[in-house]
Design a protein around this ligand. Structure first.
Ligand code: IMP
Ligand code: MG
Length: 182
């Protein structure tokens, strides 16, 4: 039922690349940056990414959910109770597991604008090809119709613990640069 798509070492390589791009962009920040982790899916990606960031930050968590099974629901629920009312004109980085239609990121982005973020960047491990959403930093592009789990991503709460990313449909194992799915 599950087939491997991105293995552990390919993911680690990509996370390292994203971190070095972010370090280049935020390395000269005088103060700190607000980093917002979208729960639940981004918890593993965020833990690996944040540990490679070399700039000062304040980490926050926000809950977002819109899926039941592999179907996206009409109502998008955001739980922003743990977020500050103001980001005090400082930069904000949103960390997402996967950007698909961009609805989640769009709603969060508006929330950050309303709460006085000076700039907003999105770091997503995955983005859906043709989904409509986009990220400033991303690791892989997932084809339409491929529902992926593992490395934090779930199917109704299952498979988050997997160390690699797997697809519910048939897919090819990605082992290196030349053969990556994108
Ligand atoms: P968007 O709001 O349409 O951009 O959808 C993004 C959210 O949908 C992500 O944060 C995930 O929680 C969920 N999602 C989209 N595609 C997948 C997938 O293939 N596997 C697991 N979750 C997914
Ligand atoms: Mg999510």
């Amino acid at each position: 039922m599950l087939s491997p798509v991105y293995n552990e070492s390919v993911i680690a390589e990509r996370v390292k690349e994203i971190a070095s791009r972010m370090n280049a962009d935020f390395g000269n920040e005088k103060d700190y940056v607000h980093v917002i982790v979208t729960l639940n899916g981004a918890f593993m990606f965020a833990a690996d990414l944040i540990r490679q960031c070399k700039f000062p930050m304040m980490v926050h968590f926000v809950g977002a959910s819109s899926y039941m099974g592999t179907e996206q629901q009409k109502d998008l629920r955001i739980n922003a109770d743990a977020l500050p009312r103001s980001f005090g004109n400082k930069p904000v980085i949103l960390i997402e597991d996967i950007v698909d239609s961009g609805r989640t990121i769009g709603k969060l982005r508006q929330m950050m604008v309303d709460r006085f973020a000076s700039s907003i960047k999105v770091a997503a491990l995955l983005r859906r090809q043709g989904g409509g959403g986009n990220a400033d930093y991303y690791g892989f592009t997932v084809p339409p119709g491929l529902f992926v789990v593992g490395y934090g991503l779930d199917l109704d709460g299952r498979y988050r613990e997997l160390r690699d990313i797997q697809a519910l449909n048939t897919a090819t194992m990605v082992t290196g640069e030349g053969s990556k799915l994108c």
